[in-house]
Design a protein around this ligand. Sequence first.
Ligand SMILES: Cc1cc2nc3c(=O)[nH]c(=O)nc-3n(C[C@H](O)[C@H](O)[C@H](O)COP(=O)(O)OP(=O)(O)OC[C@H]3O[C@@H](n4cnc5c(N)ncnc54)[C@H](O)[C@@H]3O)c2cc1C
Length: 487
Amino acid sequence: MSQEVLVVGAGPVGLSMAAALRRYGVPVRIIEKAAQPSGQSRALFLWTRTLELLDRDGVGGELLAAGQKIEAVNVLAGAKRIGRIELSDIDSTHPYALMLPQAETERVLTAQLSRLGGKVEFGTEITGFINGPDYVTATLRHADGKEETVQAPYLIGCDGGGSFVRRSLGLSSSGPAQQSDWLLADVRVDGFSSPPTELTSFWHEDGFLGIFPLPSGHYRVIADLHDVQGERPEQPTLAQVQALVDARGPGNITVSDPVSYRAGRVFLAGDAAHLHNPVGAQGLNMGIHDAVNLSWKLALVYRGVGNAEALLDSYNAERHAVADMVVSNLSRATAVAMLKNPTIQFARNLLGNVFFGLEPARKAMAERVAEVSHSYRNSPINGTNERGLPGPAPGERLPPRPDEPPLGAGDSPRFALFAASSPAVRELQQEFAGLLEPTLRAAIRPCAVWLGRPDGYVAAVALEEDVRQIEDYLTAYVLDSSAIAAM
Ligand SMILES: Cc1cc2nc3c(=O)[nH]c(=O)nc-3n(C[C@H](O)[C@H](O)[C@H](O)COP(=O)(O)OP(=O)(O)OC[C@H]3O[C@@H](n4cnc5c(N)ncnc54)[C@H](O)[C@@H]3O)c2cc1C
């Protein structure tokens, strides 16, 4: 069996996944079915959190040199300004967004991958795979038509919105392919429930909508599109399903994606895992965050020291929750922006003015847009903050400090201790020498220890006298029990 992790797709997410894994010493093979880079520039913005995370890969400077900083977003209705979101107030080393065409982002990421010894194999397509207990067996087709069978310890599908990997896992949110004039989607539904023995159909002047319970607890949404103008993509997006449910259903129903981003040794990332309305300009950014989240976990597991089940399962739990939140926020924002009724528009603009007049509301909005408020508060691998110490809580972002290297930089995924030196802390450092940064970071509170994850989120918080809680965290969630002795 090859030891190389197989990354499918060399869009921005596959490229950043491959680079992050290689940086952590994981051998990677990255394949791309297109003959050459697409050169398309769909995404135009890299947000604050993405820039912070890309600093770990050492590409932040190169991206900044190529792009244009954006420090504020103005919201207008006609000529009237409703509000302004100041990104420059964000507590970050990058208090701005970067306007950079996607092709440029991909160029920088490709160069980084090549510096790390990686190379995209263009003209190579995955056409099938078996997700086995010990490895994945994949069939690849080369441009000359030749087929190759490879075995890989893990496969990561970064193959975009129509993801072959996702469909092969039977995880498509669209169920069977969209049939000409019918849309079918298997989704999670909030705001509506029906007994498992009952079907519900809505008759609407635009056409039929059915919401049928599935044995899995999800629902199949069926809508007829006979009178709907516009494109009929093979795989409908969640946004298209939501729009139909909004238009034809009883209201206040939210659909979301039941897909798991992990199935055994196969993972999904980027558009393959979640699709976003391009209006929100979040898809590429979210995909890069997926790569950051998965790469350190996979690197620890690959080395044989990581607690595979806890770490790899947390990828789905953490990233799925963030994607759901972003999709539903964006659907709400789009609905508000597209209100048609003039009276309601008037009320919206008035309320918008009041909202944007409030400093805390403006700040919260800026942090949301810049993705710095995304967090993993309900993650299954969060440690505790039993004493309720003030400061970032487990699962929340640790804002980077200009005088310290970014968390997770370097050639090994290490946790960081934010603490003053003490015998107990030094003992901890010695015990987990291979897993912790050798140097302490400046304490966040006196007499307290913050444990930071390699992707810049809080793992656990404890008073110095309870430092054993940090040890318990590392042994429970991060390390494979058999690896502890070997450390
Ligand atoms: C108009 C528009 C504007 C947008 N603006 C923004 C923005 O400002 N900010 C933002 O964050 N996002 C934006 N997005 C979204 C962003 O473009 C996507 O989220 C991003 O491209 C996803 O990257 P990816 O690597 O997951 O997928 P993709 O970029 O789609 O890459 C997938 C790759 O996989 C390859 N592939 C597919 N199948 C196979 C196979 N079987 N074998 C091998 N390779 C395969 C494909 O050829 C492709 O190169 C925008 C999108 C659109 C359409």
